[in-house]
Write a protein that binds this ligand. Structure first.
Ligand SMILES: *[C@@H]1O[C@H](CO)[C@@H](O)[C@H](O)[C@H]1NC(C)=O
Ligand SMILES: *[C@@H]1O[C@H](CO)[C@@H](O)[C@H](O)[C@H]1NC(C)=O
Length: 507
């Protein structure tokens, strides 16, 4: 009883203690520089941490993000300066300090006073909001970016600064919090061309605590103009159907697109829209018009439909299939020695144009689909007797945030031992059964869901499964049963039909 009471009594404080991020002071940041490139629904940032080891053997460097920043971070890739290898990072959220942390394992331990430089590439979803929230059709599209002024770290930082670059030189306004930070060396906020710089800030102590945040952290805002429409994908639900019978991989996407720019004030004028597009040969940034999708090579029969049916205004430029031994999907080795981005030249492109110009605040829901030879995506492992199929998690518009993504992989009937290998952690994986025409027992399906994704999440999901010999027979069996049934029906019908006919005729 006593022991239990003690345990119960101590639990909350233990729990709090266990949660508080306890980072050993093994490093000192000599310089932290962040470069933010503002966009529409996605903005990117590269943060360079140059640090010095304070003791021998330091190998775990911890990057922290404030809650607000972490909530918006949808992509986080740490690499050593000059290296192409992504470093492993254990991610977590510390409830006591309200910070996200990434414990990054350096490839080799540092000796005391040795320095190293880490580049962290991140993408932020919806870090900017329309400003003002409504605008007329011919108005420029303006957004407001907000963030914390100081980069927080568990280590002391000798010097840090943040540079924010806007997509056009039209920076409306930027904030310069008052009173200025005690860490600011000279001017706290400056603007040069399309870049606003905060800092440098010198000798910032470890900054994870609530006390530090309350006393020293400030919100900053940069208002800017975009040159293209602010596309936003509310949801992208993909169904990928594998058919050995038809040697086909069918992909179908249901997409809910929204113009995330300022909501249109007043009525939409088609005349004004046509006038602008005619003279400038492009849609104004207030309107979502032509959009380009990069799709894999080797695909065929694309379609694009909305609630009113087939949308004929689309252009498809196919790219031929890549031989299996060179396929980046089936043979990751084929990518070795290729520079990043090489894949892009091997893409089919689909240009789509919505049925109507999608202005600020408007939605457009549509369905896109295409087929691919299964041979381009599937291989068979004789040793394990399993099929392995590569399925792209998504293909989406460049630089557009996707709030809710789903991939449902529908396997051949009778598939067993289903295993799925996503290229990044997903929020959920669910197994179910999908019943279609001519199926006897339904097909196994796996559904992967992930919130807050980006165009960088176009990685390959590998699914492996076995199809027992009896299951292989089921489909032909179902088809033959159906055929025999039809034959018997026709036979009987023919037998019956004349009689009805004769009876009718004899009347
Ligand atoms: C739908 O539109 C495409 C052009 O994008 C056309 O090739 C196809 O024949 C159309 N399909 C139907 C059923 O109208
Ligand atoms: C667009 O879709 C969102 C989400 O479903 C909805 O809340 C909003 O009302 C829609 N906007 C319009 C103009 O229909």
């Amino acid at each position: 009883m006593f022991a239990q009471a003690v345990v119960l009594g101590l639990l909350p404080s233990f729990a709090r203690y266990a949660l508080a991020l306890n980072v050993p002071a093994s490093f000192e940041n000599t310089a932290v520089v962040r470069q933010v490139d503002l966009g529409g629904t996605l903005s990117s940032a590269t943060t360079t941490y140059t640090f010095r080891a304070l003791a021998d053997g330091a190998q775990e460097y911890v990057v922290t993000l404030s809650k607000d920043e972490g909530d918006k971070t949808s992509w986080f890739v740490p690499k050593l300066k000059g290296s192409d290898v992504e470093l492993p990072a254990a991610q977590g959220f510390d409830a006591a300090d309200q910070v996200y942390y990434y414990k990054i394992a350096l490839p080799t331990p540092l000796k005391r006073d040795e320095t190293e430089t880490l580049n962290v590439a991140t993408l932020f979803s919806h870090a900017s909001t329309p400003w003002p929230p409504t605008a007329a059709q011919k108005d420029p599209v303006r957004l407001n970016f907000e963030a914390d002024m100081l980069l927080i770290s568990p280590y002391e930082t000798l010097s840090q600064r943040t540079k924010i670059r806007t997509p056009t030189p039209n920076v409306g306004a930027f904030s310069d919090p008052s009173p200025p930070s005690i860490y600011a060396k000279d001017a706290q906020a400056t603007k040069s061309g399309s870049t606003v710089t905060y800092g440098p800030f010198a000798s910032v102590p470890p900054s994870l605590s609530d006390e530090f945040r309350k006393e020293h952290q400030r919100r900053i805002s940069v208002k800017y103009e975009t040159s293209s429409a602010v596309a936003s994908i509310i949801s992208l639900h993909r169904a990928a159907e594998i058919s050995h019978w038809g040697a086909n991989l069918n992909i179908q996407d249901d997409i809910h697109l929204k113009n995330g720019g300022p909501t249109l004030k007043g009525h939409f004028s088609r005349v004004e829209h046509q006038h602008t597009t005619y003279y400038t040969q492009q849609a104004p940034p207030s309107t979502l018009w032509w959009m380009t999708l990069q799709l894999p090579p080797g695909i065929h029969s694309p379609y694009f439909i909305d609630q009113n049916g087939n949308v004929s205004t689309s252009r498809f430029r196919p790219s031929p299939s890549v031989p299996q031994d060179q396929s980046p999907f089936l043979n990751p080795k084929a990518l070795d020695g290729l520079k990043p981005g090489t894949r892009a030249s091997k893409f089919s492109t689909l240009e789509i144009r919505p049925r109507y110009p999608v202005v600020g605040g408007w939605n457009y829901t549509f369905r896109l689909g295409w087929d691919a030879p299964l041979n381009d995506w599937a291989s068979y492992d004789r040793k394990s007797g399993k099929h392995i199929v590569a399925v792209p998690f998504l293909n989406t518009f460049k630089d557009v945030a996707v709030n809710d993504a789903e991939l449902k992989i529908i396997l051949p009937e009778g598939a067993i031992d289903v295993e799925v290998f996503p290229p990044f952690p997903v929020d959920s994986v669910e197994h179910s059964t999908h019943v279609t025409f001519l199926d006897t027992v339904g097909r196994p399906a796996v559904t992967l869901k992930k919130r807050q994704v980006t165009d960088k999440h176009d990685g390959i999901v590998y699914v492996s499964y076995a199809v027992p010999f009896s299951a292989h027979l089921k489909k032909p069996l179902a088809v033959s049963v159906a055929t025999v049934g039809l034959f018997i029906f026709a036979f009987v019908a023919r037998r019956i039909d004349p009689r009805i006919h004769t009876t009718a005729a004899s009347k």
